[in-house]
Write a protein that binds this ligand. Structure first.
Ligand SMILES: [Zn+2]
Length: 344
């Protein structure tokens, strides 16, 4: 069952409907969960349901055909405000939040309420978050604020204590496979099932991994890391850098590709963690499992923890717009230090 093509979050929808029916709908919500699992989609659908001119608000069931529903779909409803972190910034700037708060205070143009969706809420800096507090505390009557972020725990207490936190679970493999087929990312059920395993509950992740280039490169990367003779960190950093650049001219595409690779590396090392603990790694790919088995003979679990952490740290730096060649060089150097040393 899916609610207006939003898959996998029926419990979230049911709880929002219950609040509406009881007249206790929160004026500020924080949607928390992994990237690419449908939080934005659900926030938009919720806005559509609240702004729909035909169906009663309490039904939370957008008709999808009235002028208001169509405008939400087209992204130009005057009472739906949406902001996100600009692609070239690592933070949500304070002026974006100030403008949002000001616009939210204006009278609704079409109906009884205004809705604001703040994407990338993890990237609110302290200054911007503070600028937001007054609106969160005393929102204009009828308005609804939806913050969308990865983690409620990394938010300032002052923000999170004023929101109802709604936690989103990663999609199950079955749900994810269904979404991938619906969106044409996978051409058949077998490919959908394979990508759903790799995607770990995230549509955007599975979508990113669907490219044959990525598939080829991750193989090269893992096999190089596991090579019995060790590897040359500088050469590999250069190779990764080139591959990242092939992701597109735009910085944002390159960073997306780099981040995807960091996720894959972290997953590879997590598999290694299973193996060094004497368990069978959950990796769906037999070639991955072979590389993992090879490396596991040379490393201790405590080393592997460090490797996983190091990849997550690099991913964080990528997100913070640090200088890419430096991130890669330093990462591969650290990985090499542990892996090659273990080899000698
Ligand atoms: Zn409608």
């Amino acid at each position: 069952m899916s609610w207006h093509s939003v898959r996998g979050h029926d419990a979230v929808v049911a709880s929002l409907k219950r609040s509406l029916a009881q007249g206790r709908f929160p004026h500020a919500l924080f949607f928390a969960g992994l990237e690419g699992i449908g939080k934005r989609t659900l926030a938009l659908k919720l806005a559509q349901g609240l702004l729909c001119e035909r169906s009663s608000e309490a039904d939370l069931d957008p008709c999808e055909t009235c002028p208001s529903c169509l405008q939400v779909k087209a992204g130009n409803h005057p009472d739906l405000l949406q902001v996100e972190r600009p692609a070239e910034k690592h933070e949500l700037p304070i002026d974006v939040i100030r403008t949002l708060c000001r616009d939210l205070g204006l009278k609704p143009m079409m109906g009884a309420r205004k809705i604001a969706i703040v994407n990338d809420a993890d990237d609110l800096n302290e200054e911007a978050a503070n600028a937001f507090l007054k609106t969160l505390e005393e929102p204009p009557p009828g308005s609804v604020l939806i913050l969308v972020g990865k983690s409620a725990e990394s938010q300032l207490d002052t923000i999170i204590s004023r929101c109802r936190v709604v936690r989103f679970q990663p999609l199950s493999e079955t749900e994810l496979a269904a979404v991938l087929q619906e969106h044409g990312v996978a051409k058949d059920p077998a490919e959908a099932a394979h990508l759903a395993k790799l995607g770990e509950g995230s549509v955007s992740r599975a979508r990113g991994l669907a490219s044959p280039d990525i598939e080829r490169f991750r193989r090269e990367l893992f096999d190089t890391l596991a090579a019995s003779e060790g590897f040359d960190p500088s050469a590999l950093a250069k190779r990764v850098g080139e591959f990242v650049k092939e992701g597109g001219k735009e910085n944002v595409n390159q960073r997306q590709r780099a981040s995807l690779l960091m996720g894959e590396l972290a997953r590879f090392f997590r598999g290694l963690l299973w193996q060094t603990a004497g368990l069978i790694p959950p990796s769906p790919d037999p070639a991955d499992r072979q590389a993992i088995a090879e490396l596991a003979t040379r490393l201790e679990p405590e080393d592997v923890f460090v490797l996983v952490d190091r990849c997550l740290e690099a991913d964080y730096q990528i997100h913070r717009m640090a200088y890419m060649p430096l991130i890669l060089e330093s990462l591969l150097h650290d990985l090499g230090k542990m892996i090659n040393q273990a080899h000698v």
